[in-house]
Structures are given as structure tokens and as C-alpha cells.
Design a protein around this ligand. Structure first.
Ligand code: SF4
Length: 390
């Protein structure tokens, strides 16, 4: 099969000839274990201490060989479980095995970490391999510690900041992801000033999502999104005074809104093969990374093959894949028909549709209203202001 990035999205069932998008992101689960116990976490196995073995890493390298890439270097995110609970020598061996086993493919590794375990030795590994580091921190202590707690329910803020200090000591650039919960909405100035002084190169604002075993979001008790919109409006204003920090949601949406007509806005997590997610046992899924640990009445487990035994042909022939992809296409078609934001969204995030609507074949979710529509409206207002029509 010739991989391609072209898709017929009006179908409401999986087409017979599924074409794969070039691979842009590989998400690997080194361990199920997380050293903390955030109240909004969607992962069900985070207390279990299982780890990917060397044979699985080598099988992943074989699985990847020859795959077309979206960019010259493949981004590999080590995520889901806390990646730094696996030892440094695991990564030394894994990075080498991927590089030699999938040559001439080249990799850019990323850790998305809670930051608490960062030491001088981790910093040396990070520098040696030019690993990109993303730290999960929700804002100042009171806001962060409201949800990001350990198993004794103690806040983790000081321990995260010790890790951030290590990164700074070693001159390692880092980005941050903050999860916005109800606790943050009353304090946009505190949140932004905190991120501004932290030294991150980019701030990403995730909304707390109803996803996985986190059945409801604190933001869903909100006032129809008004306080959320007020929050991001204020954040945008504060960021305007210091545009050197990239603000992922604003800058990404601005990019969509100012793209030339006809530019591709399809989300990677709707495209088969654009994101590949592999768990520590070698099970493979595509679309949203969050699906890897989910089991659902209609779709079962999202394990459509295993790197030890299967290739892409087996995965896209799997009945579970075909059912999921057919429903994802149906949902995108409904979005295109019904939603004024389709041109900047592309039909949304499958894992959020599943969590909130119980199916991929649906449209609007709270995630859409907050993470897509509210940001789009704000950026449109900004653009109108810039050209003098508001
Ligand atoms: S914002 Fe929601 S409803 Fe609109 S296109 Fe995106 S996923 Fe579909």
C-alpha cells in the first residue's frame, strides 16, 4: 500500500482502502506507574508498576521501519504513567535501540513529566539526547495543589519546583502544560504571572476533561462557559504584554484562522497513522493517544495489533479499527454539516467525543465549547480589532 495524506471524509463507514497519513507523532508508554495521584487523571492503571521491556522497544523499531514521516525527525513522546519513574538506563538503552533498529529514521524524544524526579543525572541524559521536556504544572501553589497531589493527598508543588530548578541550573529549555480547573478561573492574573516568571518557552492550557476514569470535569459545573471565556480573555491580554512566551492555544488558533484558504485543518488524531500509540506490552492504536488505556462497550479495547506480531495491514484490517474509523468519519461528516467552527477544528477530538457522547459519531462536546470555540471567538475578536472592524 502506498501511504498518503489524502482522505475522503464524507464516508460514514470505513472505506475499503484505508490510506495512512504520514506519521507525525509516536506516543510510547514506558510504564503504567505514576508517583502521584492527580484528582483529574484519566489513567486507570497508574498504581501498577509495569515497564516496557527491551524486546518490545526493538519490536517497535522494526514496526517503524520504512514508515513515511511528516517531518524529517519523528517526535517520540514518552508519556502515560510518569516517564521518569522508569530508570535512566532504560532510556539510554531504548534511545539506542530505536535509533539503530529503525535507521535511517531519526528521532526527537520528549518527556511529558510531573517534574518531581528530575535530578542532575536526568538533566545529563536530557542534554546528551536533546530531549524536549514538558512539565505539568497548573499554576501557583494553591491552584496546583488543589488537584496535583500524591497518594497521601499532599500537594506536590514544592517538589515540582525543585525539578524545575534543576532544569534551570542546567540551562535546559522546557515548556509547561497547565490543566485549567474551576480553581484557576478566578485568578487569571496569578496564573499568568506565575507562568511568566517560571521561565518556560511555551505555555499550553489544557481544559480539565471528562475522559477515561475522570468521569466529570470541574468546569462542567460552570456558568455556560462565561467565566472560562473571561479567564482566557484576561490571559490573552496579559500575554499581549509579553509575546515572547508562546501560548499554544492562542497561537495555534491564530495560525488556523490566518491560514490561506483551503489549508488543511484536519486534526492528526482523526487521521489513521498520523499518531501511533504503543503501550508497554506493544499493543498499537492510532487516533487519540488517550484511547490506548480505554475499554468501551461498543469498541472494546483499542488494541488493534501488537508490534511483536502485526504490521499496519493487520491493524487496519482489524474489525475494531474499522468500526472506530467508520464512526470517526461519520462524526467528522456531522461536524462539517452542523458546526460553524469546522474550518478551524476539522471535526474534533475522538477521545473527547467518546468520553462525553459515548460514540465517535457525534459532534459538540464541552471540550469543543471551551478548548476550540472559546479560543476561536477570542482570536477572531483580536483579529477584527487589529484590522479595525470592532
Ligand atoms: S468544534 Fe466540536 S462540533 Fe465543531 S467541528 Fe469541532 S468537534 Fe465538531
Amino acid at each position: 500500500m502506498t501511504p498518503s495524506s489524502t482522505f475522503e471524509l464524507s464516508a460514514t463507514h470505513a472505506p475499503d482502502n484505508v490510506e495512512l497519513a504520514p506519521l507525525g507523532l509516536l506516543v510510547l508508554q514506558p510504564t503504567t506507574f505514576c508517583n502521584i495521584d492527580c484528582s483529574y487523571c484519566y489513567l486507570s492503571h497508574r498504581a501498577e508498576n509495569n515497564r516496557m521491556d527491551g524486546a518490545t522497544v526493538r519490536a517497535i523499531a522494526r514496526f517503524l521501519r520504512g514508515m513515511p514521516l511528516r517531518e524529517p525527525q519523528l517526535s517520540v513522546v514518552w508519556h502515560a504513567g510518569e516517564p521518569l519513574t522508569a530508570p535512566i538506563d532504560f532510556y539510554e538503552a531504548a534511545f539506542e535501540a530505536l535509533q539503530s533498529g529503525a535507521a535511517p529514521m531519526r528521532f526527537r524524544h520528549h518527556f511529558q513529566t510531573n517534574g518531581m524526579l528530575i535530578t542532575d543525572a536526568w538533566c545529563e541524559l536530557i542534554k546528551q539526547w536533546s530531549v524536549h521536556v514538558g512539565v505539568s504544572i497548573d499554576g501557583p501553589k494553591a491552584i496546583h495543589d488543589a488537584h496535583r497531589v500524591d497518594r497521601s493527598k499532599r500537594g506536590t508543588f514544592e517538589r515540582v519546583m525543585r525539578g524545575v530548578s534543576k532544569l534551570r541550573e542546567h540551562d535546559i529549555p522546557f515548556t509547561v502544560i497547565g490543566v485549567l480547573t474551576r480553581n484557576a478561573l478566578h485568578a487569571p492574573d496569578d496564573v499568568w504571572r506565575f507562568f511568566e516568571t517560571l521561565g518556560a518557552t511555551q505555555v499550553a492550557l489544557n481544559v480539565e476533561e471528562a475522559e477515561g476514569i475522570n468521569a466529570s470535569s470541574s468546569l462542567s459545573q460552570d456558568d455556560g462557559g462565561e467565566s472560562f471565556r473571561a479567564f482566557i480573555q484576561r490571559i490573552a491580554k496579559l500575554r499581549g504584554a509579553n509575546p515572547s512566551i508562546r501560548l499554544r492555544e492562542f497561537d495555534g488558533m491564530r495560525g488556523h484562522l490566518t491560514a490561506p484558504p483551503g489549508a488543511d485543518v484536519m486534526r492528526a488524531d482523526n487521521l489513521p497513522g498520523a499518531i501511533i500509540n504503543i503501550d508497554l506490552a506493544g499493543n498499537v492504536t492510532t487516533f487519540s493517544p488517550e484511547l490506548l488505556g480505554v475499554e468501551h462497550d461498543r469498541y472494546g479495547k483499542f488494541h488493534w495489533g501488537n508490534v511483536h506480531t502485526d504490521d499496519w495491514q493487520a491493524i487496519i484490517a482489524h474489525p475494531g479499527f474499522r468500526r472506530a474509523y467508520g464512526d470517526i468519519l461519520a462524526g467528522i461528516a456531522q461536524c462539517r454539516e452542523s458546526c460553524a467552527y469546522f474550518s478551524v477544528c476539522g471535526g474534533g477530538n475522538p477521545s473527547n467525543k467518546l468520553a462525553e457522547l459515548g460514540t465517535f459519531a457525534g459532534t459538540e462536546t464541552q471540550y469543543c465549547r471551551l478548548h476550540v470555540q472559546a479560543f476561536a471567538d477570542l482570536v477572531i475578536e483580536d483579529l477584527e480589532h487589529e484590522i479595525g472592524v470592532s
